[in-house]
Design a binder for this molecule. Structure first.
Ligand code: HEM
Length: 122
């Protein structure tokens, strides 16, 4: 009986150690954007992602990979894709006709943030 208890004790703590190690090794949760960066992203790099299949936007000094959102956006694709690779702050604030997006739309946008724009400050 003592042997069994000892084996159970060892097995339990081995499992705990394995779980702790695995948790440390698995990378943190990722955002929907294709990558997560700590380094600020330059405007030149954003400019390379200028099409429907690979669409990054600069909005208020942050960078977003909204490629996956294009089919979900409730307006014809070109409305959004014409801004790919560019600073789309104006598009986001005006929808192209002078009306700001809803708070829900701004919150949605944050799901696609991949980094800060280089030189944007703060
Ligand atoms: C930057 C260029 C963009 C332009 C020009 C643009 C334009 C538009 C237009 C024309 C509509 C439909 C008409 C309307 O609701 O008044 C719309 C709706 C919407 N857009 Fe955009 N959009 C842009 C970017 C985005 C982004 C990046 C997101 C989110 C990731 C987004 C989320 C939404 C949502 C949720 C709606 C539904 C209405 C609302 O909540 O305001 N849009 N947008």
């Amino acid at each position: 009986m003592k042997k069994f208890l000892f084996a159970a004790f060892v097995a339990f703590w081995s499992a705990v150690v394995v779980l702790v190690v695995l948790d440390a090794l698995v990378p943190a949760r990722e955002v929907k954007g294709a990558r997560e960066t700590r380094e600020p992203i330059s405007e030149a790099v954003v400019k390379r992602h200028d099409n429907r299949e690979d669409c990054w936007l600069i909005i208020e000094g942050a960078v977003y990979d909204i490629t996956g959102y294009i089919p979900e956006h409730p307006a014809p694709d070109f409305v959004l894709t014409s801004w790919c690779g560019m600073d789309a702050t104006e598009g986001m604030r005006t929808k192209g006709y002078g009306r700001n997006h809803s708070d829900a739309a701004w919150a949605k946008l944050e799901e696609y943030r991949i980094g800060e724009l280089e030189g944007a400050g703060g």
